[in-house]
Design a protein around this ligand. Structure first.
Ligand SMILES: [Zn+2]
Length: 85
């Protein structure tokens, strides 16, 4: 099934590519890179396919929880790099 090309808030056709999502909470910054998404190269508007936003929120929640746990244990780990194939 051919999916229609979404348009951004300015009506520009978006292109399929990879986006980065950053989130900050209680001094913990989470950055997720290479997320498949529709992107507008003019205004940098990003539209995630169905299910991706929910998956992102769930993943970020889990990462923040894990980082908070590590902080409580006073382990001096400040930066993580996690890559999933
Ligand atoms: Zn745009």
């Amino acid at each position: 099934m051919e999916k229609p090309i979404p348009t951004c808030q300015h009506g520009q056709k978006m292109t399929w590519g990879k986006s980065t999502f950053e989130y900050d909470e209680d001094g913990i910054a989470v950055k997720v890179t290479d997320i498949p998404a529709w992107i507008c190269h003019d205004c940098h508007d990003v539209s995630f396919p169905p299910g991706t936003s929910q998956q992102l929120i769930t993943t970020i929640r889990e990462l923040i929880t894990a980082t908070k746990r590590a902080k409580i244990k006073n382990i001096p780990l400040y930066e993580y790099y996690v890559k999933a194939a």
